[in-house]
Design a protein around this ligand. Structure first.
Ligand code: ZN
Length: 106
């Protein structure tokens, strides 16, 4: 790779150029020209943190929305079950009432 400071070609394994330029990101900054490269490295973890907060807020919002939808759906299902069971019970009571007079005959 080429040193951006002195344009000298260095082996890929080289950690540091002869001029003092360090290739490893995040390491000591000895060159003023490196600050431009160093700034995004310093800002990135913060923006990543903010992004993760935004992502978690988004997931919480999705979870709340899911719970609202789920509770509404559960309420609707519960209501249907109650209505269905009520109708079924009435049906059972009706059939029992219909059958009861038949029993003494047999
Ligand atoms: Zn160099």
């Amino acid at each position: 790779m080429m040193c951006p400071s002195c344009k000298l070609e260095n082996p890929l394994s080289a950690m540091m150029c002869d001029c003092g330029y360090r290739f490893v990101p995040g390491s000591e900054i000895s060159n003023g020209g490196l600050t431009a490269h160093a700034v995004p490295l310093q800002v990135d973890p913060g923006s990543l943190y903010l992004r993760s907060i935004a992502a978690s807020v988004d997931s919480i919002r999705k979870m709340i929305l899911f719970w609202i939808v789920a509770s509404i759906a559960a309420g609707v299902v519960w209501g249907l079950i109650v209505v269905y069971q009520g109708a079924k019970q009435q049906e059972i009571m009706k059939t029992l009432q219909d059958r009861e007079p038949e029993r003494p005959r047999r």
